[in-house]
Each structure stands twice: as structure tokens, then as C-alpha cells.
Write a protein that binds this ligand. Structure first.
Ligand code: PCA
Length: 209
């Protein structure tokens, strides 16, 4: 079985991205070939890169991981929506991607469905992480930034080209060092890298079955 696992480079002025650190540390479960990739935080480039990876490796499963700073638990995403949008909900702020792109309410794929559900066993994944004593839950929105874009592309490409490929997305909290010097730190959650790696390794074991 081939599993493609992806993380992201840092973004929004950060110097680390926990998803990248996790990917480096994951080990292939028995019987699994693990392909690792760190994606750019760029809407357009991720689409191109993912298509290359699917063509080259024909993975059975693609599990993408990203940072959702401020969330308190490992969140297993249920759904990806067909929208790229960098405008905050009160409309006052734009978060350009790492190439400076600022899409507002643009469809990701003109021919794509409005949304796709994750095709990985989301509850089994949540329970496996909780079983390690690590907080986890289902999230019903991956946002509208590059993480949602990647989850959407994974599922769209599976729908149109690779029907055997299952896909899903997991968001992880900040690392402690990412909030240590922030003024608003008492309102932000963080999780040690070791726990995140334990959680994602448990996810791989579920997927390998
Ligand atoms: N998190 C961003 C994109 C890259 C990442 O790690 C997001 O949640 O969209």
C-alpha cells in the first residue's frame, strides 16, 4: 500500500510549520510505502505539484496535514469546499499566500462539485488519536485558505482521475514555541511536537489496516 503524506512550509510570517516537522518524523507502518512531500503555501503551485505526485506515485491514500493555529486539538477535517478565499470573515484583513496571491471567493475547480467529503474513516481516526490520550475531534470546516485548497484538490483529483485513491486532511495546533512570545498567548492553545507525531503515527496505523 502506498500512502502519500504531505505537510506545508511556514506561512504568514512564521518560521516553522508543525505539519512539516511531523511529516519528517513519521515512519512507514509495516507493509506501507510512505511518500513524503512538503508543499508550498501557494494556491496555484500546490495544484500542479499534487497532480505530478499522483501521476508519479499513484498513491492508494493521500493524507495532507496543515497548521490551524489557535485550535486546541488535532482536527480531522470532514469536508473541503470549492472556494479559494483569503479575506477574513469581517472583511478587514487579507492573508496573501506565500506568492502574494489574494483570491476572494474564487472557485478552485470550475467543473468541480461544491464540496467533497473526506474519504478516510474520520471517526476511526479521531478515536485512534484519543486512544493515545491526545485531544482530537472532527472539524466541519478546513477554512478557505491553502489547506482547504489542498484537501479539495486531493478529493477532486480522486473523483475525476484516481477513483481508487482515498484522501483526507488533518489540521494540527501551534507548537509551544510558536506562541511563547506572543502577547495573546494565554488565549492560544499549543501542543508539543512529540504528541502530534504520536497522533499522526497512530493515524497511519489506522490507514494501513
Ligand atoms: N495552514 C494553512 C495553509 C498552510 C498551513 O499549514 C491553512 O490552514 O490553510
Amino acid at each position: 500500500m502506498k500512502i502519500l503524506v504531505t505537510g506545508f512550509e511556514p506561512f504568514n510570517g512564521g518560521t516553522v510549520n508543525p505539519s512539516e516537522q511531523i511529516v519528517y518524523r513519521l515512519a512507514a507502518p509495516e507493509g506501507v510505502t510512505l511518500i513524503k512531500e512538503i508543499l508550498p503555501v501557494e494556491f496555484g503551485k500546490t495544484t500542479v505539484r499534487l497532480k505530478e505526485l499522483f501521476r508519479e506515485h499513484q498513491p492508494d491514500i493521500v493524507l495532507s496535514i496543515g497548521q490551524a493555529g489557535g485550535r486546541a486539538e488535532i482536527s480531522v477535517e470532514r469536508v473541503a469546499i470549492n472556494i479559494d478565499n483569503v479575506k477574513s470573515s469581517n472583511g478587514s484583513k487579507l492573508l496573501p499566500d506565500n506568492a502574494g496571491a489574494v483570491p476572494v471567493d474564487e472557485p478552485i475547480e470550475a467543473e468541480g462539485a461544491a464540496a467533497y467529503f473526506a474519504t478516510l474513516p474520520i471517526w476511526q481516526i479521531v478515536e485512534a488519536i484519543q486512544g493515545k490520550g491526545i485531544p482530537a475531534g472532527i472539524s466541519n470546516s478546513a477554512g478557505t485558505y491553502v489547506c482547504n485548497h489542498v484537501m479539495y484538490e486531493n478529493l477532486y483529483q480522486a473523483a475525476v482521475e484516481y477513483p481508487q485513491m482515498k484522501a483526507g486532511f488533518i489540521h494540527v495546533p501551534f507548537l509551544p514555541e510558536q506562541i511563547a512570545h506572543r502577547e495573546d498567548k494565554e488565549r492560544l492553545a499549543a501542543m508539543p511536537l512529540e504528541d502530534m507525531v504520536t497522533a499522526l503515527q497512530a493515524v497511519l496505523e489506522v490507514l494501513a489496516k
